[in-house]
Write a protein that binds this ligand. Structure first.
Ligand code: HEC
Length: 100
């Protein structure tokens, strides 16, 4: 029981410590790496997921906004983009498109 409380305390402390870093470059890298599972580390996905490495940053930002508003049809991206603010999505696009 004591150990459990300690674990919970450590988790809470870690969350509080990480909160101010939410907008840092590191946080964007972590968020963008979550996209890599499906789209590859540079948007050049192998397999069935669509690749986006040939698209321009402005176009990608537009696409992600359209997923968010429901203007663009999606099976999964509509749900994913809703977890991020427009600023975070823009930062992730900049991160990916700067990789080339
Ligand atoms: C679970 C797998 C998965 C993850 C994770 C994922 N995507 Fe996608 N992505 C897809 C699929 C599938 C599509 C095709 C649209 C659809 O069916 O939702 C897509 C489409 C896209 C497109 C449009 C490509 C085009 O040319 O039309 C972009 C841009 C994109 N994703 C960016 C991202 C970004 C940025 C992230 C991270 C925030 C991300 N994706 C995370 C599976 C994923």
């Amino acid at each position: 029981m004591k150990k459990r409380l300690l674990t919970a305390g450590v988790c809470l402390a870690a969350t509080l410590l990480m909160a101010p870093a939410a907008q840092s470059a590191d946080a964007i890298t972590v968020a963008a790496d979550a996209c890599a599972g499906c789209h590859g580390t540079d948007g050049r996905s192998l397999g069935a997921m669509p690749a986006f490495h040939e698209k321009k940053p402005a176009e990608l930002k537009q696409i992600l906004r359209e997923y968010k508003t429901g203007k663009r049809e999606a099976t999964i991206m509509d749900r994913i983009v809703k977890g991020y603010s427009d600023e975070q999505l823009d930062a992730m696009v900049d991160y990916y498109t700067a990789k080339k």
